[in-house]
Design a protein. Sequence first.
Length: 129
Amino acid sequence: AGHAAAQAGWADTDPNNPSVRIPRQVSKTYPLPVQAQGVAAASTNASTTVTTGNTYQTVFASSTARKGCLIQNPTTATETLNVRVGGTAVFTLVAGASFNCASPSGVVISDLVEVTAATTAHAFTAVSQ
């Protein structure tokens, strides 16, 4: 039981009372757990419509200050919305799908972000921080 407790982040169990666990001493080997906290940022609504079908238009200019962004093809859309990042990588969003500028690890793209759809006036939601 003592070894199982040690492996689970505890130094050991009390030999006189095995239900009592003794915590490890904080050290470089056993540091305190740290949870990353998000950074507060005001959002800017860039929602609009496609100006000219099948022609990419800028939604977010390149910016190293960007903290995040989201583009969504509405759930009511009858066609796909294409999101192009950095002039090359294209992501196709079906109705209701979204594109997030931040990765799960917290990296946020700073490249130019553009969109297009087949139809002029195709609406989409876009927000950045």
